[in-house]
Ligand binder design. Sequence first.
Ligand code: HEC
Ligand code: HEC
Length: 266
Amino acid sequence: MRLLLVFPLAAMSMYAQHGDAAGKPAQNPAIGDPAAIDAGKKLFAGGCGGCHGPDGAGGRGPSLRDKVMWHSLDDSALYTTIEKGIAGTEMPASRLPAAQLWQVVAFVRSLSSPAAEMNVPGDARAGETVFSQAGCVNCHARQGRGGKLGPDLSNAGATRSYPTLRESIVDPDANGAVGYRAISVKLRNGQELSGVERNRSNYSLQLQDRAGAVHLIDMADVAEMKDSRTSPMPKDYGRRLSKPDLENLLAYLSKQSLRPVMAEKR
Ligand code: HEC
Ligand code: HEC
């Protein structure tokens, strides 16, 4: 902490030396800490958001939410990249002192870590009630119970990051899951069907209705087709849910994780 008083530019090289000589701790306490992530988010919005988007979704710089978009660096390599920038690219060196840099690292980490591994705010028990009351359960199943129109969420916390879960709820069209576009068709025999598109070629279409039944439709039988290209998930949850309800709901979803099969092996 003493070092924070050092002039920022001088501090940069000092930290580099310090890091090399003494070695950085295996895991900085900022990683996974909600307060640090929050502080890092503000720093990120100010110093990095201009290029990477205020929420890390990308812009002039790559999206940091998808690990395929950037090198999957360990925490200390990520620290060094942010500290020094990437020579020959637009990515600049940062002048933040170490404690704040670690907060930024914690935030960047949180963008792509599974929500189940994060220490998320909110009350998961209360969130389960919201899940029922807000109607999520009508379209989403967990552990085999619930609706079938939307993806099964039994493993949502283990396979999605916290910001991705949040965005799925408040802005469903931003990141729609593949294979779940709303579609309605009218067949030549007059029958009308609507649901989500699961598969489609020039010759056939698989449509899953609200009850979960999958209809295999021959394209030659289709008289009219309306394909909204947007998610059938309601768009107004961001307004409808109170802030604490949304937080609790996210806490609940973050906990949805199937025990990994690997853990059962020796
Ligand atoms: C002027 C634009 C700009 C600013 C400001 C900026 N970046 Fe970048 N950043 C980039 C670009 C461009 C790349 C991709 C570089 C490349 O081609 O490898 C990048 C790459 C990255 C990567 C990926 C590194 C890798 O090895 O794949 C991380 C992480 C990152 N930036 C974090 C940050 C953080 C944190 C900040 C704020 C402290 C920040 N960036 C500020 C433009 C910027
Ligand atoms: C009318 C049906 C419907 C309702 C109600 C609904 N969803 Fe969805 N949801 C969907 C569909 C369909 C998708 C897949 C398309 C997409 O990603 O937008 C989806 C996607 C999602 C995803 C992303 C899943 C993934 O695989 O990435 C999450 C998380 C989610 N919903 C949570 C909720 C929550 C929480 C609620 C209640 C507040 C809710 N949904 C209400 C239909 C619904």
